[in-house]
Design a protein around this ligand. Structure first.
Ligand code: ADP
Length: 194
């Protein structure tokens, strides 16, 4: 069983790829964006708190996010493997995840970094806005999410790179091609580690 993270800028397609990668490797995807959106839909207290941040493209405060992830990773269905999508998004969350996994005696196997050009990211996000009408897919909010990715999340990628567990995958092109590249890259990385 594999413990995996997928990291990519907003619009990189990481949510979609997470679904396919998780299915291929027989693990469940855990998306913090999806978890937050379901709290918002179900009108929970956490949803009400998170929504104000999400609608502005800001990160939901770490104490809420870390607690939500800890609760989800305590479930039985992810005891032996998971694919985290959207977490950790800053170095404080990375430290929280390290502590959480250490407490369980678990370790991360691989981090998939999905790389894409800024121009392609913005185009994809605006297209998604037209199709799905997500309330955080407006132009200024998209810009803010991209900025936060560069400032807060790139350092997470660097930290995992230093541990030698990052596999970079070209996120350009069509969905199937990206999935195939990612599966091949992760498969060969995991193969060399065994
Ligand atoms: P995207 O990758 O397109 O920004 P997500 O679905 O991953 O979309 O996240 C949507 C929003 O949910 C983020 O803009 C942020 O407000 C919130 N969010 C998701 N994951 C986190 C996280 N790890 N920490 C803080 N906020 C988060």
């Amino acid at each position: 069983m594999t413990r995996m993270i997928i990291i990519g800028a907003p619009g990189s397609g990481k949510g979609t790829q997470a679904e396919y990668l998780a299915a291929h490797f027989g693990i469940l995807p855990v998306s913090t964006g999806e978890l937050f959106r379901s709290h918002v839909r179900e009108l929970t207290e956490l949803g009400a708190e998170a929504r104000a941040f999400m609608d502005k493209g800001e990160l939901v405060p770490d104490r809420l996010t870390d607690a939500m992830v800890a609760r989800r990773l305590a479930d039985d269905d992810v005891r032996n493997g998971f694919l985290l999508d959207g977490y950790p998004r800053n170095v404080a969350q990375l430290a929280a995840l390290d502590a959480l996994l250490e407490g369980k005696g678990q370790r991360l196997d691989v981090v998939v970094q999905l790389a894409a050009e800024d121009e392609e990211l913005v185009q994809r996000l605006l297209k998604r806005a037209r199709e799905q009408g997500r309330s955080d897919d407006t132009a200024p909010v998209i810009r803010r999410r991209l900025e936060l990715y560069r400032e807060e999340t790139q350092p997470v990628v660097s930290a995992y790179s230093e541990r030698g567990i990052v596999v970079e995958v070209d996120g350009g092109g069509d969905r199937e091609a990206i999935t195939e590249r990612a599966i091949a890259a992760v498969g060969s990385f995991l193969g060399t580690r065994q």
